[in-house]
Design a protein around this ligand. Structure first.
Ligand code: ZN
Length: 384
């Protein structure tokens, strides 16, 4: 079975791009609520509903939550694509629904989603609040965890474009982690299940996005939700949806979230997580901060009367302006860029740098400039 073909069949067409809020998912959830699958499990700081969509009648209970960080919407899209599959009446769906009961919280942080922020409306990172439980959203997730008593947890996130797969120059399109449950980062039976699951997902993903799968750093932090749930004895997998070449809207990456979900439930339903796959897991290359959105090399600038050749890097800021996410490129690093890659790279071959300010690239300045050979860059990109 080609899982990308399957994705094309069940893709939720009403969700698109990066700005996914309650306004987009609420009508969808209501449409999907054909048999009392939907309930409100609590309210956010700004009194917005937090929904749980429960489907399936199997003994293996799966708890999934997305958009704990409000501006991380790719896994929400992938989750709805997967829910469409579950509602399809196909043989695969029937098998999943009789094996599993899925408890999906598609948007744990609706306020952050609206504001397009990582944090909630009290500016708290919910993924650092799993011990103190100071926020309503954290309490809601914990209460669900305790009442459902899941067999597996899926902690669904997005990661920034800065992450690559080790030093390969490939972006980390999907990254995973079986979080640690102690400082020593030991492997017990619980964590081993998460490890084996990720090893199995990776084996399939490599067929779709070769060398674009990363393994996240496993430093232990009990304030992170995945570490807490793993510590509490439930195998927990962290998904980080990342960058695919040219795909800032993450419509390509979304496919691989779907592929990963389907693969993981196939593995669990076939009970294929018994033998240790630690070596396979550890052979997944580590995530590394090696990317900028833009790198401009060999730019000539006149610095205090001296001509020098230098490089600079720019990074998109995703800014919410009039209800839309705008990708605005700002200069973030000037000078030595050895070991770094750009999703877009340009070699100026010593051409003179000019801009409308003082003809020197400065930190935090928009990446709008031109070169002496009349090549103009607007917002980091070449323009005519
Ligand atoms: Zn996140």
């Amino acid at each position: 079975m080609d899982l990308v073909d399957l994705f094309d069949q069940y893709k939720e067409q009403s969700l698109h791009g990066r700005y996914i809020t309650l306004d987009e998912i609420e009508p969808l959830l209501k449409t999907l609520n054909t048999n009392n699958e939907l309930k409100i499990i609590g309210k956010s700081v700004l009194d917005k509903p937090i929904y749980l969509y429960q489907i399936g009648s199997g003994n293996t209970k799966i708890l999934l939550w997305s958009q704990m960080h409000g501006n991380e919407s790719t896994t929400t899209k992938g989750l709805f694509d997967f829910i469409n599959l579950l509602n399809s009446n196909s043989a695969l769906a029937q098998n999943f629904l009789k094996t599993f009961t899925f408890y999906c919280i598609p948007m744990l942080n609706p306020d952050g989603a609206k504001l397009y922020t990582r944090v909630n409306a009290n500016e708290i990172d919910l993924n650092r609040d799993s011990q103190d439980l100071t926020q309503p959203e954290s309490k809601i997730l914990r209460a669900q965890f305790e009442s459902i008593q899941p067999n597996f947890c899926y902690n669904l996130h997005d990661q920034r474009t800065i992450f690559g797969v080790a030093d390969t120059g490939k972006p980390a399109t999907m990254s995973f982690l079986a979080p640690s449950y102690n400082e020593e980062r030991e492997v017990n039976e619980t964590r081993l299940k998460a490890i084996n699951l990720i090893a199995g997902i990776n084996a399939v993903l490599q067929g779709y996005i070769p060398n674009q799968v990363g393994r996240f750093d496993d430093s232990f932090n009990i304030n992170c939700i995945g570490d807490t749930f793993q510590y509490m004895g439930v195998p927990t997998v962290l998904f980080e949806a990342g960058h695919f070449q040219g795909d800032y809207l993450r419509e390509e990456t979304r496919k691989y979230v779907f592929v990963s979900l389907v693969t993981s439930f196939t593995i669990i339903s076939e009970n294929d997580i018994v033998d240790s796959k630690i070596d396979n897991y550890l052979s997944i290359s580590q995530n590394k901060v090696v990317f900028y959105d833009f790198i401009f090399k060999n730019i000539k600038i006149n610095y205090d009367g001296i001509e020098i050749i230098t490089n600079f890097a720019a990074q998109y800021k995703e800014e919410l302006i009039d209800g839309q996410i705008c990708f605005n490129a700002y200069i973030v690093k000037i000078g030595e860029l050895d070991g770094f890659f750009g999703h877009f790279e340009y070699d100026a071959q010593g051409a003179n740098y000019k801009d409308d300010l003082n003809n020197i690239p400065n930190l935090n300045q928009k990446a709008d400039f031109h070169l002496e050979n009349n090549i103009k860059f607007v917002d980091g990109l070449m323009s005519n």
